[in-house]
Write a protein that binds this ligand. Structure first.
Ligand code: B12
Length: 341
């Protein structure tokens, strides 16, 4: 078995995807598999890097949205074919895989499912995700008791926590992964999960260990208490975004409008709430730095980023001190701008 993907194969795969050439993309994968490449290495060293790269290329205007979506669609199709072409392995245990409600990034979870299936897991995949109340009902009827949750967008960490809470209430041990968790060691546990993992072989080992253990006990209500100070903001997201939009344009002079302004403010606010819940200002700081870059690339003054945060801060409910503190910390931080890879 080999675990390395030659650079040439990586380039061929990405080029085939961008060109919309599904047969060529599939051929690269099949050739690598025939040469002995493991499933986890195929995902880690070929499929994932293609998506990470196209994300950067899109952000810096080197590929169009249509090309980015082609890469996603072809990779989804390739995963589907690889799954159906390979023999069904003997299932050693059931694992439930899901994401937070509102998370559109389902491909990471499909990649996790591909590898876990090949490693013998009976994977029940629930993506796009269902609301936490429905997840709780479903999980209570399941015979397994281990689950994985994948979250890509930091702005979806609050719904991720809600899904983790539902799964734990149903007696599951939860492994959290994905881009939003990976950058922050210990974040999975801070949001109530039992462990975090990036590497899929490591995930396999952790899950195997859990299968033999009894259902976990309840968590102390720390997060739930912290949530009580954040809930009114979360419930008023639409109102806050609308009010902050008016302030941003009329008082701060931000040159964004309509749906773009609404989406940018929403993402900024939901990320700020997540940062306050996890008590990690770095989550908002990183999103903020990413957003400044996005504005610069689009020819918009990056000063709009702190302006949006100031506008949000002014219209938060009276009990939102934790969020105001996180915002104040981020706005006052000195920043170093990164350039494209
Ligand atoms: C494809 C894509 C989309 C597609 C998703 C389609 C689909 N079917 O999944 C679409 C077009 C829908 C999309 C939408 C958006 N996207 Co997008 N997207 C991406 C892109 C290019 C690839 C995502 C992906 O599949 N990555 C590959 C996977 C495999 O990598 P991974 O997540 O790290 O997962 C690996 C490990 O972490 C681990 N893992 C993952 N989950 C789990 C779970 C467990 C249990 C375990 C053990 C391990 C594990 O295993 C995986 C295998 O290696 C990324 C770029 C990037 N860098 O990822 C942007 C990216 C994530 N998107 C981004 C954004 C901003 C958005 C939008 C907000 C854009 C918009 N304005 O509409 C929306 C969000 C919508 C929403 N509510 O979720 C930003 C996020 C920026 C930020 N601040 O974090 C990124 C980084 C792009 C960028 N460079 O700006 N997106």
């Amino acid at each position: 078995m080999t675990t390395e993907v030659p650079e040439l194969a990586r380039r061929r795969y990405l080029d085939a995807c961008i060109a919309g050439d599904y047969p060529a993309a599939l051929l690269v994968c099949q050739a690598l598999r025939q040469s002995g490449l493991t499933w986890s290495a195929l995902v880690r060293s070929l499929l994932s890097p293609a998506l990470w790269r196209v994300g950067d290329l899109w952000m810096y205007g080197k590929v169009t949205v249509a090309q980015e979506q082609r890469v996603t669609a072809i990779t989804e199709a390739v995963i589907q074919t690889l799954l159906s072409d390979s023999p069904t392995p003997r299932a050693n245990a059931r694992v439930l895989l899901t994401g937070p409600e509102g998370e559109w990034h389902v491909l990471p979870s499909r990649m996790v499912a591909l590898v876990l299936r090949q490693l013998g897991w009976d994977v029940l995949q629930l993506t796009p995700a269902i609301p936490p109340e429905d997840l709780l009902t479903l999980a209570r009827t399941e015979h397994g008791h281990v689950a994985g949750i994948s979250c890509s967008l930091p702005g979806n960490l609050v719904p991720a926590w809600q899904s983790i809470t539902a799964l734990r209430q149903a007696g599951f041990r939860v492994l959290a992964g994905g881009r939003a968790f990976v950058a922050y060691p210990g974040l999975a546990q801070s949001l109530g999960a039992d462990a975090g993992a990036h590497d899929l072989l490591q995930a396999h080992e952790v899950l195997l260990e859990w299968v033999t253990q009894p259902a976990p006990g309840p968590r102390p209500p720390t997060l739930q208490r912290r949530w009580e100070g954040l809930e009114s903001t979360w419930a008023a997201t639409e109102r806050i975004v609308a009010d902050a939009g008016v302030l941003a344009v009329d008082i701060e002079g931000v040159a964004l409008a309509g749906e773009v302004l609404r989406q940018d403010l929403t993402l900024m606010l939901t990320t700020a709430v997540a940062a306050a819940l996890a008590q990690r200002a770095a989550i908002l700081a990183d999103h903020f730095a990413w957003y400044e870059d996005l504005l610069s690339v689009g020819g918009v003054d990056p000063g709009s980023a702190p302006a949006l945060l100031r506008a949000l801060s002014r219209v938060l409910p009276a009990d939102a001190d934790d969020i105001r503190d996180v915002i104040a910390e981020v706005v006052s931080r000195p920043r170093a701008r990164q350039s494209p890879a």
